[in-house]
Each structure stands twice: as C-alpha cells, then as structure tokens.
Ligand binder design. Structure first.
Ligand SMILES: [Zn+2]
Length: 71
C-alpha cells in the first residue's frame, strides 16, 4: 500500500478558472511566485481578496500590457 501525497496542498482557488494553486505567502513562505511577475496588479492583502492562478495572472498581465499606451 502506497499513498502519494501531494507535495504542496493548494491554498487558493482561482476566481477566474477555478484551478487550485498554492500561494507562497499563504503556504508560509517568505515570498510568492507572483512576486516575480510584473506588478501590474496590486497584490491583495492577506485575507482581503483572491489571487489569480499563475496562468490567469499571466494572461491578465498580457492583457493589461496590450492595453498600455505605447511610447
Ligand atoms: Zn486561473
């Protein structure tokens, strides 16, 4: 009998696509993967709101950059 437990337990559910993912901050880490992404969106304070999953956050960033005025 062997059980494979996930290495990480998802701490969040993406409000956009419903995917389960782990926020580094919620998992107790000093920083999160979202910190390495462009700060297009303000990171919500702990417990203040929902984070997007990596895929949706990147899509949101790409969308925002596409709307950004050139020059
Ligand atoms: Zn998502």
């Amino acid at each position: 009998m062997s059980q494979c437990l996930p290495v990480e337990t998802p701490t969040n559910v993406c409000p956009a696509c419903g995917a389960a993912f782990t926020c580094g901050m919620n998992a107790g880490a000093d920083s999160c993967w979202c910190a390495s992404l462009p700060p297009v969106f303000a990171v919500p304070e702990a417990g203040a709101g929902q984070c997007y999953c990596p895929g949706c956050l990147k899509a949101k960033i790409a969308e925002a950059e596409g709307l950004r005025p050139q020059g």
